[in-house]
Write a protein that binds this ligand. Sequence first.
Ligand code: MLT
Length: 302
Amino acid sequence: MYKINCLNKISETGLGLFTDHYVNVDRHEDANGIIVRSAKMHDMDLPNTIEAIARAGAGVNNIPLEKCAEKGIVVFNTPGANANGVKEMVLATMIMAARNLIGGVNWVTSCQADPDVANLVEKNKAKFVGSEIKGKKLGVIGLGAVGILVANAANKLEMEVYGYDPFISVEHAWKLSKFIKPIKSVDDIFRECDFITVHVPLSDSTKGMFNKNAFEQMKDGVVLLNFSRDTLVEEDMLIEALKTGKVAKYVTDFPNPKVCGTEGVIAIPHLGASTAESEENCAVMAVEQMMNYLEKGNIKNS
Ligand code: MLT
């Protein structure tokens, strides 16, 4: 019998794949495998019985990778399994930001009980005039599963799409999506684009990549979308850039008190991958990886 400890609730479809040889245990028992979504594991004791950890999601920054390597624990993630969910969220919020939808909706909510609301709308709607995304330049930083889907979808919406990835060549980027104008340096994205969306993992080389130098190069009024991880962005520099209007809107899936209070921030409670479909895909992939490894020793991460 294999013992599995699920640290977060995952889709029943995924859990249903476990055969009779598996039993769910809690963290006080010695498990063979851990399935996790967002729970932070850095301070957790990892019993010597643990052979594998499967993350139902792409990022693995909630898992103590070094400790796992020392103990010989294999770590899986589920690349691409939630990419469509994130792509749709990026597109939705990019348009929301361009059209001032949050400001408009909040304003209506604040005055909709007023019997004169129709007249108020006529007087105030000019405050919420937005811009269209058609013809605008979108910079996609990170051309993995999500970045490529975003690039292709933005192209269909008639945006001009620039792509950059710190880990792949320009030629390879072009093979991944023929709609992307591949560029050699991330600085070109900072300098050229009206909208910038980032889809890279958090690592020592990407942490703080949106720093003073990056913001200084950007066009005035740029919209920045972050569905990767909050620490890619240096908060103080971002707040300064929002205050001066260098950044018109910052869409983030990682609300934190320092940034949320600043005008121009659209904060979402980590919902990028929160769709029934994405959650099911991630859970299925994570459970299959776990069973494959525990029973057959197979390491297959996609
Ligand atoms: C991811 O890394 O793919 C997301 O954080 C998934 C999630 O929302 O759990």
